[in-house]
Structure formats: structure tokens, C-alpha cells
Design a protein around this ligand. Structure first.
Ligand code: ATP
Ligand code: MG
Length: 565
């Protein structure tokens, strides 16, 4: 994969540029982001949001937010609200152009009547199963419904009575009268309306017939004066139908353009499946920090800049591919490296007593907030006789490549002093409970005046001033790069990673973090980037690990470059 520094032009922009040149749509550019409010948005939607709003911005056009709310049994107001919040958080603005397909139900109905009158649509009494049987296959043509040639009057009458609520669910449909032998199955008299006695979150019980996606979408685009209707590849085969409806109605005709959807390794990308994760209790909710939903990524600590940057880097193509999760992680590291304040936090603490340090004394040492940005200034970090270091920074019997603390060995405490381990204290089970160390007062600030070298620098926290916190460490939600790849007869849920969440409850943070508020992001030196969770309180701060510091993506890229050369 190539990683351009700025977004190059893509085939969609090229098509639009051409349309502008030829004066199609009078040079206007008007796109829309059309989510169905049947779940929370995910990072795949972010790609569509960036694309649609991005194109509008690039060509000084407009982009609408349109809810494709034609499926009342699956849709909820909660989803509408979350989608609005997520689009706004991503940094985009639909201004006063928030629309609902349901706003156009009456117009769609009138257009349907027009099609019936023109002999282009008919009421069909076949059941859903029969329609499926009649449809044929990729190799066999379909069979015409016996109702296909009923009179216009009869169809008009039945359609009116469908609307009036005279018939039960599923007993009739309105179908387009196209071609049962078409090579494109979507053109074999597709259903335009179905009967569904269900309450709609906006229109209540006003309607008991609802339009199908293919019919509703092109009309909504047309009514809103959309110029370029950008959608994912699976709709490519539906484009002839999109065009057919608009041609038959002879109304304003936007251009549909398809692109490849975003897929990410180690995750699924479908609202329908996320609902199963949420309802099955596999995650804590739509905004669980392990979820690739926009709300989950936000709670985890991702920035809109990092997500937009990912979308820019992956570009827009006509061929499906899977983006490496490591690239998303690369993007957030790159963003937070510039922005996040460095602090010290010990995740799995081991007590250290500096036996030659005076009791009851505290001194304030200078620490740099962000070496990448001197403008972020300095802060004071307290140092005293009792400290915490990471348990894994000490080994009683260090292996060859282990350069951190060990009996008799000297290391640097970041911004503080050189210390040497002189004694290991254990409990009756043989567990190490604390270390006794000496410090060298001449190394204050972390440098030795005699040029003595140490091989490791550890982070630490002074015990007396430490803030106790809970820290949540996350791993991928799925074990396989492709979660759909499971044993036969099982579904994607069998591939869930049982260890995707590790909760640490005895973490020690430097006091600068005492009043961190939800959403704030930090780099904990040496352990990663962290974000204050919404569960956080003054009594018990809670942090999510956004990502570790280890940059697997850079490594992958390096490896690939080496491979190539
Ligand atoms: P899901 O299967 O997750 O429900 P969807 O396509 O049914 O996805 P919609 O609410 O209909 O979800 O999608 C709104 C817009 O976002 C559509 O234009 C759709 O093409 C686009 N979109 C959905 N998923 C992706 C994806 N993974 N990558 C890029 N665009 C996407
Ligand atoms: Mg959909």
C-alpha cells in the first residue's frame, strides 16, 4: 500500500470534474450522506461521510444529511440522534439540510400512481415466497406474475386500498413492470412497495405501505437535487433500476457512482452484526471502546483528525480490499504524538523504597510535557522516598537482553535520579512486595555528572501523591484478521477474542492527572496513549488505552520497503 501525504485526486473527483467541464448539472455539485437509522455509524460510514462531505467542500458544493428511513421496524430515534452526533463530531456540517426519506412518502406515492397509470407498475398478489420463486436465477430467466397484466384501473384501485389499510401485511405488493427475463435480476419486476402495518418513528401510523430502498433512494436524490449519488459497490447492479425509475418518471436525474466499501482487518463492519454483539452482551454497548463504531472509537480516545486522515490515506477505489487495522493505529499515533501531553503512570505497580532518601521530604522535579512541542511547557513531578515502578521493569534474574532494574543494577528514573537496587523484599509466598534501592543525589534531573551510563530509563510515580486509577487495556475484538472466517456451521461470534479487555484497578498516576476530565488524551510514558473514559469520576479515574506506542505499521512498511529493494 502506498501512503500519500495529501489526498490525491480519485476517480470520483475525476468524473465530477468532467461533469463540471461539460456543464452537466450547470456545474453544481451536491452530494448526500444517506444513513439508514437502524444502528450506530461505524468507521466504514466515516469513509462515506468524508467522501461525500469532502467532495462537496472540494468543489464548493453542498452535502445533505438524509435519513433513509423506509424500514420502520428496525429504525429508532436513538439512532437518528447518534448519527447526527457522530457526523458533527467527525467535523462535518449539513447546515440546514437534514432530510428524511419519510418526508417524501406522499410524493413517492404520487409518483407510484403515475407509474401505474403509465402501465409501468402493477399490484401483485403473489406472496414473498412466490415472488422469490418466480424471480429465476442468474442463469434462468424469471417467470411473469399472473397479476402482471391486470388492468391499470384494478391496480390503481388496489394500490389505493393498500394505502388505506384494507389488506394484511405481505398480502400484496406494488411492482415495477420491467422485464422478467432481464439478465439483471434487479430488473425483474422489483417490488416498489410492501404492506407493513408498523408504526414509523416519524410518520406514526399514517402509512401502512412502505417504499423499498431502490425506489425511495433515487426519488429522494431527485427531489433534493443531488448531482452525484455516491454509494458502495453492491449497488452497482442496482444502477439500471435507479436510472429506470427516474427515466420513466421523467424527473430530475442525478448520477449514481459506486466505490469500494471500507473493510478493516480484525473487525466486522455491519450494523446488523453489531446489534448482535450489543444484544448478546459481548460488548458493553454501541460505544464500547472495542467497537469500530464512531462512538466506540470516540470513547476509546480516537480523534476525528486521525479517522479523517485514515480515510484520506486509503483513498477511493473501485475494487474491494481490506485495510490493515495497524494503519488506523498508525494514524492515531501520528496525531497524538503531536498533541498529547506526556505523563507518568504505573499500570502494574511495584513499590520501591529509596533507603538513603530522607523521610518526610518531597521535592519537585521538572518534566517536559511534550518533547515534540516545546510550546506545551513543563510541569513539576513530586519525588519522595517511596515510589512505584512497573512490576515488569524489574527482574530478579534478568535474562540476557533485559537491561532494566535488577539486583545490584543501576538505572535512571525519568527526570529524577539514578537508583541502584540493593535488596528484594518478599512475602511468605515468595512474591516480591518491594525493592530497596539507593539513589545518587548527584544525578538529580536524570544525568550523571561523571558521565556514568545506564542502559534503561524507567517511569515512576511518587507513592504519597499518587492518584489511584482504573486502566482498561484493549485488544482486538476478534481473533482472526478475517472474523467471518469461522468453522462451518458457526457464525462470526465464535471468533470473538475472550481477552479483548484487561482491567487494571491498582494503577498509580502522577498527581497532574488528578482532575483529568473525560475525553482528555495523554501519552503515558512508555506504555501508550490513553483517554479518560466517560465512566471516570473524581473518586475513581478511569482511562482507556487508545493504542500502544509500538508502531507495528511503521515496521510493516519498513519490512515491505526492504522486501521491495
Ligand atoms: P451496514 O451494513 O453496516 O448497515 P449500510 O450500507 O446498510 O451498512 P447505511 O446506513 O445504508 O448502511 O449506509 C449509509 C451510507 O454509508 C451508504 O451510502 C453506504 O454505502 C455507506 N457505507 C456503509 N458501509 C460502508 C463501508 N464499510 N465503507 C464505505 N461506505 C459505507
Ligand atoms: Mg443499508
Amino acid at each position: 500500500m502506498t501512503m500519500p501525504d495529501s489526498a490525491p485526486s480519485n476517480f470520483i473527483q475525476d468524473l465530477i470534474t468532467e461533469d463540471i467541464k461539460t456543464g452537466k448539472y450547470e456545474g453544481r455539485v451536491h452530494t448526500r450522506f444517506p444513513p439508514e437509522p437502524n444502528g450506530y455509524l461505524h468507521i466504514g460510514h466515516a469513509k462515506s461521510i468524508c467522501l461525500n462531505f469532502g467532495i462537496a467542500k472540494k468543489f464548493t458544493g453542498l452535502c445533505n444529511l438524509r435519513f433513509d428511513d423506509t424500514n420502520p421496524t428496525k429504525e429508532e430515534v436513538e439512532y437518528v440522534e447518534s448519527i447526527r452526533e457522530d457526523v458533527r463530531w467527525m467535523g462535518f456540517d449539513w447546515e440546514d439540510r437534514m432530510y428524511f426519506a419519510s418526508d417524501y412518502f406522499e410524493q413517492m406515492y404520487q409518483y407510484a400512481v403515475q407509474l401505474i397509470k403509465a402501465g409501468k407498475a402493477y399490484v401483485c398478489d403473489l406472496t414473498a415466497d412466490e415472488i422469490r420463486q418466480y424471480r429465476g436465477t442468474l442463469t434462468a430467466p424469471g417467470k411473469e406474475s399472473l397479476y402482471r397484466n391486470r388492468s391499470v384501473e384494478e391496480s390503481l384501485n388496489l394500490f389505493e386500498r393498500m394505502r388505506a389499510g384494507e389488506f394484511p401485511d405481505g398480502s400484496r405488493t406494488l411492482r415495477a413492470r420491467i422485464d422478467m427475463s432481464s439478465g439483471n435480476i434487479n430488473m425483474r419486476d422489483p417490488v416498489m412497495y410492501r404492506i407493513l402495518h408498523a408504526e414509523h418513528h416519524r410518520t406514526g401510523t399514517k402509512w401502512c405501505i412502505y417504499p423499498m430502498y431502490d425506489y425511495a433512494h433515487c426519488i429522494s436524490d431527485s427531489i433534493e437535487g443531488i448531482t452525484h449519488s455516491i454509494c458502495t459497490l453492491e449497488f452497482e447492479d442496482h444502477r439500471p433500476l435507479y436510472d429506470w425509475f427516474l427515466d420513466q418518471l421523467d424527473i430530475y436525474h442525478p448520477r449514481q457512482i459506486e466505490f469500494a466499501r471500507l473493510n478493516l482487518s480484525y473487525t466486522i463492519m455491519s450494523k446488523r452484526k453489531f446489534i448482535q454483539l450489543v444484544d448478546g452482551g459481548h460488548v458493553r454497548g454501541w460505544d464500547d471502546p472495542r467497537m469500530p463504531t464512531i462512538s466506540g472509537l470516540r470513547r476509546r480516545g480516537y480523534t476525528p483528525e486521525a479517522i479523517r486522515n485514515l480515510c484520506e490515506r486509503i483513498g477511493v477505489a473501485k475494487r474491494d480490499s481490506v485495510v490493515d487495522m495497524a494503519l488506523l493505529e498508525y494514524c492515531i499515533r501520528e496525531d497524538l504524538n503531536k498533541k498529547a501531553r506526556r505523563v507518568m503512570a504505573v499500570l502494574k505497580p511495584l513499590k520501591v523504597v529509596i533507603i538513603n532518601y530522607p523521610e518526610g521530604t518531597t521535592e519537585e522535579l521538572d518534566a517536559i510535557n511534550n518533547p515534540e512541542d516545546p510550546g506545551m511547557g513543563m510541569r513539576k513531578v513530586p519525588f519522595s522516598r517511596v515510589l512505584y515502578i512497573e512490576r515488569e521493569d524489574f527482574r530478579e534474574a534478568p535474562p540476557k537482553q533485559f537491561f532494566r532494574l535488577a539486583p545490584g543494577r543501576e538505572v535512571r528514573l525519568r527526570y529524577a535520579y539514578y537508583i541502584t537496587c540493593v535488596n528484594v523484599v518478599k512475602d511468605t509466598d515468595g512474591e516480591i512486595t518491594e525493592l530497596h534501592c539507593t539513589y545518587d543525589p548527584a544525578t538529580r534531573g536524570g544525568d550523571s555528572p561523571d558521565g556514568r551510563k545506564v542502559k534503561a530509563t524507567l517511569h515512576w510515580v511518587s507513592a504519597a501523591q499518587a492518584v489511584e486509577a482504573e486502566v482498561r487495556l484493549y485488544d482486538y475484538l476478534f481473533l482472526n484478521p478475517d472474523p467471518e472466517e469461522v468453522e462451518e456451521g458457526k457464525d462470526f461470534r465464535f471468533g470473538i477474542n475472550p481477552n479483548s479487555l484487561e482491567t487494571l484497578t491498582t494503577c498509580k498516576l502522577e498527581p497532574a492527572l488528578a482532575d483529568a476530565t473525560p475525553g482528555e488524551r495523554y501519552q503515558f510514558e512508555r506504555t501508550g496513549y490513553f483517554c479518560v473514559d466517560t465512566d471516570s469520576s473524581m473518586e475513581k479515574p478511569v482511562f482507556n488505552r487508545i493504542v500502544t506506542l509500538k508502531d507495528t505499521w511503521a515496521k510493516i512498511e519498513k519490512g515491505r520497503k526492504e522486501e521491495r529493494s
